[in-house]
Design a binder for this molecule. Structure first.
Ligand code: SF4
Ligand code: SF4
Length: 197
C-alpha cells in the first residue's frame, strides 16, 4: 500500500481547525437574527445602489475599454499602415488584416505607402485588454467608450473597416485625448525607441 503524502502542496496551506462549536454557534437562531439585522439595515438605507437602466445611463469612464476606432490624421488620411503589431500583440487573436500598397493618387486617403485594405476585429474574441492600442506605433487604433451593439448572429460581430474607421467629418471624429495622456504621447514620438519607428 502506498504511503500517503503528508507534505503540503503550497506554503500557504493552513491546518484546519477541528474545534467543537460553542453553544451559541449550535443554536443557530442568534446568527439568523444577526443576518436579518444586516439585511434590514441595508433595506432602509436611503443611498440607492441601483440604476434604472435603460431610462438612466450610468456615466462611462472616459478611459473605458469599449469598441475600437481606427483613427485618421489631421488631413483625414488613415493612420494605420498595416504593420500588424496590433495583431501580434492581441492575446485573443481577434485582429486580422490584409495589407496593400498605396497607389498614385491615393495620398489623400492613406498616410503612408502601405495601408490596411482589410482590417477586421472579431468582437466575440476580443477581451478589450487594450494591448492593440499599446502596441500601435502609429496612433492608429484606440479603444473608446462606445459599446459594441448587441446582435443575434455571430457573423455580425466581425467588424470591418466600415465599423472601425472614424468618419471623415471633423465634427464626428472620435475624441481619444483622454486615452492619450501627455506622457504616452511624448513617449510615442521618441524615435529612439524601436517601437516608434
Ligand atoms: S483589445 Fe485586446 S483582445 Fe481586443 S483586439 Fe485589442 S489586443 Fe485583441
Ligand atoms: S499596430 Fe497600428 S498601424 Fe500597425 S496594423 Fe495595427 S492599427 Fe495599424
Amino acid at each position: 500500500m502506498a504511503t500517503p503524502i503528508t507534505q503540503p502542496l503550497t506554503k500557504r496551506s493552513q491546518v484546519v481547525s477541528e474545534k467543537r462549536m460553542t453553544l451559541m454557534e449550535r443554536i443557530y437562531l442568534p446568527a439568523i437574527v444577526k443576518g436579518m439585522g444586516i439585511t434590514l439595515k441595508h433595506f432602509f438605507r436611503l443611498r440607492k445602489a441601483t440604476v434604472k437602466y435603460p431610462e438612466q445611463l450610468r456615466p462611462m469612464s472616459p478611459v473605458y475599454r469599449g469598441m475600437h476606432v481606427l483613427k485618421r490624421d489631421e488631413q483625414g488620411r488613415e493612420r494605420c499602415t498595416a504593420c500588424g503589431l496590433c495583431a501580434v500583440a492581441c492575446p485573443a487573436e481577434a485582429i486580422t488584416m490584409v495589407a496593400a500598397e498605396r497607389k498614385n493618387g491615393e495620398e489623400k486617403l492613406y498616410r503612408e505607402e502601405k495601408y490596411a485594405a482589410v482590417y477586421e476585429i472579431n468582437m466575440l474574441r476580443c477581451i478589450f485588454c487594450g494591448d492593440c492600442e499599446d502596441a500601435c506605433p502609429k496612433e492608429a487604433i484606440f479603444l473608446t467608450d462606445r459599446l459594441v451593439p448587441t446582435d443575434y448572429t455571430r457573423g455580425t460581430f466581425v467588424y470591418g473597416k466600415q465599423w472601425l474607421v472614424e468618419p471623415l467629418d471633423p465634427a464626428l471624429r472620435v475624441d481619444v485625448s483622454k486615452r492619450q495622456p501627455k506622457a504616452v504621447a511624448e513617449f510615442k514620438k521618441d524615435r529612439n525607441f524601436a517601437h516608434n519607428r
